[in-house]
Write a protein that binds this ligand. Structure first.
Ligand SMILES: [Fe+2]
Ligand SMILES: [Fe+2]
Length: 186
């Protein structure tokens, strides 16, 4: 498939290099969410565990959407190791705050991607990013709400579990999402 990018036989465009890096960031986020989910699961907090296991699947799909795009753009889609995964936490608030920080970091990665696509005149790339930018707004909002709820609960995790069960159901898959390489899991 041809594209309007500036990747040539001389090397990848900066946008494509950043996109290859983003595959690693998304797989890292996916693996990190499993670590957070298992922590909650181990402490008999099944609703928090469910939300984080689920989030892990979504991050995995984000990675595979980018892999699909790279394949379609004739960019080698190298499958990376993840960055370091954090497993040691003291209390529930630390995990939610960690997840919110991770989402904010990913948002700034997408802002850099968007800026770079625009600078390089990569209109196809710019369009591909639109869904991810919207998704980041939702994921940041979700974690920031959860953090507020945890803070308001004053340590009553039963309240947090009740809130999560009531207000954070598993969402149906988004038909506007970019296609994944292979089947999607979320
Ligand atoms: Fe993601
Ligand atoms: Fe995310």
């Amino acid at each position: 498939m041809t594209s309007t990018t500036k990747t040539t036989e001389h090397g990848l465009s900066k946008f494509h290099r950043l996109l290859v890096d983003q595959v690693r960031h998304e797989f890292t986020a996916s693996q990190q969410y499993i670590a957070l989910a298992a922590w909650f699961d181990d402490r008999d907090l099944p609703q928090l565990a469910r939300v984080f296991y689920r989030q892990s699947l979504e991050e995995r799909d984000h990675a595979m959407m980018i892999v699909r795009f790279l394949l379609d753009s004739d960019v080698p889609a190298t499958i990376p190791q993840t960055d370091e995964i954090q497993n040691d936490f003291e209390e529930p608030r630390d995990l939610v705050a960690f997840a919110l920080r991770q989402e904010r970091e990913v948002t700034s990665q997408f802002h850099l991607l968007a800026r770079t696509a625009r600078e390089e005149g990569d209109y196809t790339g710019e369009q591909f990013l639109q869904w991810f930018l919207k998704e980041q707004t939702e994921e940041e909002a979700k974690m920031s709400t959860l953090l507020a709820v945890v803070d308001r609960s004053n340590g009553n995790l039963f309240d947090v579990e009740t809130f999560v069960a009531r207000e954070m159901p598993d969402e149906p898959s988004d038909p506007t999402a970019p296609a994944t390489a292979g089947p999607s899991v979320s």
